[in-house]
Design a protein around this ligand. Structure first.
Ligand SMILES: [Mn+2]
Length: 325
């Protein structure tokens, strides 16, 4: 992989290191941050995980040592320090880490993205980007090996959870022999898959299940069932007292349909519609999302379109059908 040496050089010469991820972080971002932070601490670095917002309670079991700080908490501790290095995981867009973290990255002596999302060549040339990795967590596992840091149970669970989430429980086509090899090592360090699965997927409340039921009962497909979609209105989310983040996985349920090539979720947000796309692996929804003004992975991508729900659904499905031909 390109740029590993660059990464190792940066670690070698840096002492105060900030590790951040995108806003509304998922378990891949958080798990990668925590694992990397523990590894750097074991190398006697002053490593800090800092995000724009406080960690959501539901993820706190991944952070037994309370390493994850909000920007405000970090400011109280380290406001006078100029970081030697800022590492940003699971995104390669600086604007996605939030305004305060962007300032920290800007004043850092160095900064580097560690990520697996597609990006412009200019970004890939100087950062650590590998789109073949199923999760940023998988890439971090490779880096830990290069750093000579062994897994332990505290570090293995966040890393395993990062991979679990970003592969949709090993169902996405991004899972490779290499992914499972790392998973095998993580299990040897004490991760129990059933318990790890339950901690992240088995903690929902009944209102979540009812919203899911309502949405799935209204799922639609085109004629040959190659495209399936669900719709989430702001009213539904409010009525069920649901968190947006909780609805992200709804779209995956459509992938169990026999003939489905592309599944979509249309979510109303103000005067925009967030359109998420997933595929079972035979169709590149990343390219489709790009054509619709967004982007993402081959199997998981998204875009945001201005307009009313009905129009956006009709136009988008029509465009996807054309692209499928
Ligand atoms: Mn990821």
């Amino acid at each position: 992989m390109k740029n590993i040496k660059h990464f190792l050089d940066l670690i070698k010469k840096s002492q105060h290191i900030v590790i951040s991820t995108h806003i509304h972080p998922d378990a891949d971002g958080i798990g990668s941050q925590i694992a990397l932070c523990m590894a750097l601490k074991s190398l006697k670095k002053d490593a800090y995980c800092v995000n724009e917002e406080k960690l959501l309670d539901r993820y706190s079991y991944l952070d037994n040592n309370n390493y994850l700080l909000s920007f405000n908490e970090y400011q109280k501790k380290c406001s006078k320090i100029i970081p030697d290095l800022t590492i940003i995981v699971d995104t390669n867009h600086i604007a996605r880490i939030g305004p305060n973290l962007e300032k920290i990255a800007a004043k850092s002596k160095d900064f580097i993205f560690i990520d697996h999302h597609p990006c412009p060549k200019e970004v890939a040339a100087i950062h650590l980007i590998d789109t073949k990795m199923a999760a940023t967590g998988e890439l971090v596992a490779v880096l830990l090996e290069k750093l000579g840091v062994a897994y332990n149970k505290d570090l293995a669970l966040p890393l395993y959870t990062a991979i679990l989430i970003d592969t949709n429980c090993f169902r996405y086509p991004n899972v490779t022999f290499h992914t499972h090899k790392i998973v095998s090592d993580l299990m040897q360090s004490g991760v129990a898959p059933a318990s790890a699965y339950n901690s992240i997927y088995g903690t929902k409340k009944i209102h979540h299940m009812k919203l899911l039921g309502q949405i799935l009962s209204q799922a639609e497909t085109n004629k040959d069932e190659s495209v399936a979609w669900i719709t989430l209105t702001e009213e539904m989310i409010k009525k069920n007292n649901s968190d947006i983040e909780d609805t992200h996985s709804f779209i995956n349920h459509l992938l169990i349909l026999d003939n489905v090539k592309v599944s979509c979720m249309f979510r109303e947000t103000g005067k925009f519609i967030k359109v998420s796309l997933r595929s079972t692996g035979t169709t590149d929804v990343g390219t489709m999302a790009q054509a619709l003004g967004g982007g993402g992975h081959d199997h998981s991508a998204a875009t945001i379109i201005e307009g009313g729900l009905e129009d956006v659904i009709k136009n988008t499905i029509r465009k996807i059908e054309i692209m499928l031909k």
